[in-house]
Design a protein around this ligand. Sequence first.
Ligand code: SF4
Length: 59
Amino acid sequence: MPKAKVSEELCIGCGTCESLCPKVFKLENGKSHVIAEECIECDCKGVADSCPTGAISVE
Ligand code: SF4
């Protein structure tokens, strides 16, 4: 299964990823953090595409 990563430098804490996939992304201290070992319900690419700053990468 793919795994998502968030770039702390690029993330602006908009919350889009958390609202789209709260099982994988969680906002803390104004930045998004990946809280799941692996993407669970989708491959996270749709969430990555929705990030306004391109902070999410999926490997
Ligand atoms: S969608 Fe992108 S910029 Fe917005 S909180 Fe998530 S990682 Fe950060």
